[in-house]
Design a protein around this ligand. Structure first.
Ligand code: ADP
Ligand code: ADP
Ligand code: MG
Length: 505
């Protein structure tokens, strides 16, 4: 493991908003940056934002952002002395961390052995048990007999999980014994296809839990701190869409016990860098789920409350420095993930070209995104377009700011979840903090945009294309927008000077 060396040049092995996010922190530390990009991302903003950029292959992730050899070769060619993996892609692969270290390059993350020890859900459970951390009751076995015995003790429903699972994939609820064997087989087959690893185990399926996680940060001098918690209960398909800190309504006693549990687990493995210990919470009881050995998508809510920069901390720690002093957290922060998806149609992924964009601003508003007018959103990668984060002295202030900010956000050309998120954050159940992982089923089982929204967006989009406002005709993509017309104007209607909607031409 190469540690304790100053980082002069950093390669960012990722794309989209997180690549931009990492480049910004590197710049504040005076570190030069190298972007990598697939052929589909040649015009992406992270390429322009970095000091240098290297094309690493075709659009398919397996041939570009997951191609560790090409990425390490790019670091060598450009003389980068460190690699930040971001989240997703190679970020949780110990083989990658090992290969980077063997190439004499600093991997910005925990040591490969720590990733290997925690990255797998079964291995994580073993360590949690030894560290005395409470966990969801489970049977760490794929034998139907063992699982039947477990279910006889704990009762159905139970949840089959892939040990190598991630991103909400590889989970199956089993309602009763007759479904068990078929579900086990299908689960294992699916896990093998998705993760190249068919190991599965079962957990008791908790009825109405909350997802609460603790941010930890450790350095190579043995310091380890907990930077508060995040409630990430609002999910679709086991994937988070709204996160906040602090977790509303959690007692201080439970909160403290969760920090202690996360720190005990971190200490047990000598955790270094940023990591997240995920729990399910049921009343004042909490149960360990897994550790994510990387920067988490929702890290900004923690940054706003602690006035810290977690990416800068990761970079400093990778260079052998100590975790910075952190003060007590203040206020409340909320993050909404704006995805290229159709919330009214089972969150089907959407594609398209951004023809108009207006981004929110104002006190306590942060927008982490790679969106810009002209950007083409294809289906090669995940659907995250941007993360809108608001901060306030109280949760209610952060919430109101979020409602306003989502109202200011306007994106034409790519169906996205901003309107859906606004309805959620403006809703009474959200305002009173009635959170659980079933929030959407309970309160938004069938969501549709207010009719006026849809019609207005469609009319404006049609009008803009017809008027040639951005040079989009016959499906041709426009040049990346740098023009003042895009930057300076806020309402899409402003772009339509001289265009009349109702007169035929
Ligand atoms: P977080 O809490 O940080 O969002 P997730 O488990 O939702 O954690 O995953 C974070 C990111 O990693 C998401 O962008 C997701 O698309 C990506 N990701 C997670 N697991 C996988 C996987 N197995 N294959 C590809 N991408 C993944
Ligand atoms: P992933 O690696 O895909 O993130 P997790 O184990 O972190 O998998 O679980 C993701 C989500 O799935 C949780 O936030 C929760 O909503 C749901 N979940 C996981 N385990 C259970 C369980 N035992 N009971 C109820 N819900 C669960
Ligand atoms: Mg998880």
């Amino acid at each position: 493991m190469v540690k304790g060396r100053e980082i002069g040049k950093l390669l960012i092995a990722n794309r989209g908003e997180i690549a931009l996010r990492i480049i910004r922190s590197a710049k504040t530390l005076g570190i030069r940056t190298v972007a990598v990009f697939s052929e589909a991302d040649a015009k992406s903003p992270h390429v322009a934002a970095a000091d240098e950029a290297v094309c690493i292959g075709p659009p398919e992730a397996s041939k570009s952002y997951l191609n560790s050899e090409v990425i390490i070769a790019a670091a060598r060619t450009t003389g980068a002395d460190a690699i930040h993996p971001g989240y997703g892609f190679l970020s949780e692969r110990p083989e990658f961390a090992r290969a980077v270290a063997e190439a004499g390059i600093v991997f910005v993350g925990p040591p490969a052995e720590v990733m290997a020890a925690l990255g797998d859900k079964l291995a994580g459970r073993r360590i949690a048990r030894e560290a005395g951390v409470p966990m969801v009751p489970g049977a760490e076995s794929a034998s139907p007999a063992d699982i039947r015995a477990f279910a006889a003790r704990e009762g159905y429903p139970i949840l089959i999980k892939a040990s190598a699972g991630g991103g909400g994939r590889g989970m199956r609820i089993v309602g009763n014994e007759s479904e068990l064997e078929a579900a086990l087989e299908a689960g294992s087959r699916e896990a093998r296809a998705a993760f190249g690893d068919g190991r599965v185990f079962v957990e008791k399926y908790l009825a109405r839990p909350r997802h609460v996680e603790v941010q930890i940060l450790g350095d190579s001098h043995g310091n380890l701190v907990a930077l508060g918690e995040r409630d990430c209960s609002i999910q679709r398909r086991y994937q988070k869409i709204i996160e906040e800190s602090p977790a509303p309504g959690l007692s201080d006693a439970t909160r403290t016990r969760m920090y202690d549990a996360a720190l005990a687990l971190g200490r047990a493995v000598g955790y270094v860098s940023a990591g997240t210990v995920e729990f399910l919470v049921d009343g004042d009881k909490f149960y360990f789920l897994e550790v994510n050995t990387r920067l988490q998508v929702e890290h900004p809510v923690t940054e706003l409350r602690f006035a810290c920069d977690l990416v800068a901390e990761q970079l400093r720690i990778a260079a052998g420095e100590r975790v910075s002093e952190v003060g007590a957290p203040v206020g409340a922060a909320i993050e909404c993930r704006i995805n290229a998806e159709d919330a009214a149609n089972s969150f089907r992924p959407a594609t398209g070209t951004v023809i108009h964009l207006a981004t929110p601003a104002g006190p306590g508003v942060r927008f982490d995104s790679h969106l810009e007018a002209g950007l083409e959103v294809a289906s090669h990668y995940d659907s995250l377009l941007g993360k809108l984060i608001t901060f306030g002295a109280s949760r209610e202030q952060a919430r109101r700011r979020m409602v306003v900010a989502l109202g200011e956000f306007s994106l034409l050309g790519v169906t996205n979840t901003a309107g859906f998120l606004r309805d959620i954050v403006a809703s009474e159940p959200f305002a009173r903090g009635d959170l659980s992982t079933h929030f959407l089923e309970e309160f938004f089982p069938r969501w549709h945009p207010a009719e006026s929204d849809g019609i207005e967006a469609a009319m404006v989009a049609a009008a803009m294309v017809a008027s040639g406002a951005f040079g989009i005709r016959n499906g041709r993509a426009p040049a990346p927008a740098t023009g003042p017309a895009v930057a300076a104007r806020r309402s899409p209607w402003d772009e339509l000077s001289g265009f009349e909607l109702w007169r035929s031409r």
